[in-house]
Design a protein around this ligand. Structure first.
Ligand code: FES
Ligand code: FES
Length: 156
């Protein structure tokens, strides 16, 4: 079994077949950007893109991934150049403790792929399942609008 993660095919040992994608990422492959929060699909901290769609990695059995590509927070930047959503997060000083932020960023990337100029309501709906104990929701919204404007000026 192997999995395409951030454009690189990674071997997955047979012994991992009963593990979740989040466990494989964090414990076996050293990709610790995706966070373990609740482990029950409730907080969003573990969100990755699976075939371009946001998914809770804590709920996805690694054996079910098949040929679908996985993108994690580690796969967004291109070399030294941050993804526009990451840059907007910095520019808006979104993060506090940071624990929820990788999941929020991945959800924001997915939103902007389908909805390039989202309304506040669309942002709130897309990010509704992402819990932030530090109360960064207003800055998350501002960062998504900033990234949307930047991506409209400089499409990838
Ligand atoms: S750790 Fe996956 S949703 Fe909370
Ligand atoms: S920044 Fe701390 S939980 Fe969101």
């Amino acid at each position: 079994m192997n999995i395409l993660i951030n454009g690189v095919r990674r071997d997955a040992a047979p012994a991992w077949k009963d593990d979740t994608l989040l466990s494989v990422l964090r414990e076996h492959l050293g990709l610790c950007g995706s966070k373990f929060g609740c482990g029950m699909g409730l907080c969003g901290a573990c969100t990755v893109l699976l075939d371009g769609q946001p998914q809770r990695a804590c709920l996805v059995p690694v054996a079910d991934i098949g040929k679908r590509p996985v993108t994690t927070i580690e796969g967004l930047a291109q070399g030294d150049k941050l993804h526009p959503v990451q840059q907007a997060w910095l520019d808006e000083t979104v993060s506090q403790c940071g624990y929820c932020q990788a999941g929020q960023i991945m959800a924001a990337v997915a939103l902007l792929q389908t909805t390039p100029r989202p309304t506040d309501a669309q942002v709130d709906t897309a990010l509704a399942g992402h819990l932030c104990r530090c109360g960064t929701q207003q800055r998350v919204r501002a960062a998504i609008h900033r990234a949307a404007a930047q991506m409209a000026r400089s499409p990838a």
